[in-house]
Design a protein around this ligand. Structure first.
Ligand code: ZN
Length: 156
């Protein structure tokens, strides 16, 4: 598989960071104002900077993608188009939406007290975040995401 792109997003792009994680990308959300430290982190980890901030200083060896749209769906469409990304089902939902960590399988019996009863009864496969311990399953969320991708003309 092609090496995946890694991102760092400036603070006005929190929702886009979550979307990139849903799509399976390593996306760090930088929610502070110190832009030089953002650039240092991008250089160190070889991350592409996504930002709406036009005053971000250019630096050698740095790739900055300026996001033009304001609405989240349009931003997702924009980034997929600009970077020629095609959503891949194999890597989608492989990262925690909240903390960007790689999710791991967890046995069904271990989540019994951690998910709603109807979810436990109807779902067979669960994954968890090693950092925040959040439990994920392929519920309605999955449907909403594929629906949104379809809307913006990027079906999975
Ligand atoms: Zn997490």
């Amino acid at each position: 598989m092609v090496r995946l792109m890694k991102f760092i997003l400036s603070k006005e792009l929190g929702r886009l960071a979550k979307w990139l994680r849903i799509l399976g990308f390593d996306a760090v959300y930088y929610n502070q104002d110190n832009l030089s430290s953002l650039i240092i982190q991008a250089l160190r980890d070889e991350r592409i900077i996504l930002t709406r901030n036009q005053r971000l200083p250019q630096a050698r060896g740095i790739k900055i993608v300026l996001i033009k749209n304001e609405k989240i769906k349009k931003q997702v469409a924009e980034i997929l188009k600009t970077l020629k990304i095609k959503p891949e089902p194999e890597i989608m939902f492989s990262r925690c939406i909240l903390c960007n960590a790689q999710l791991m399988d967890i046995a069904k019996e271990k989540v019994k007290d951690k998910v709603p009863e109807y979810v436990f009864k109807t779902q067979g496969y669960f994954i968890t975040c090693p950092k925040c311990q959040r439990i994920y399953w392929q519920g309605t969320h999955w449907g909403n995401v594929t629906q949104t991708l379809k809307e913006i003309g990027s079906s999975v």
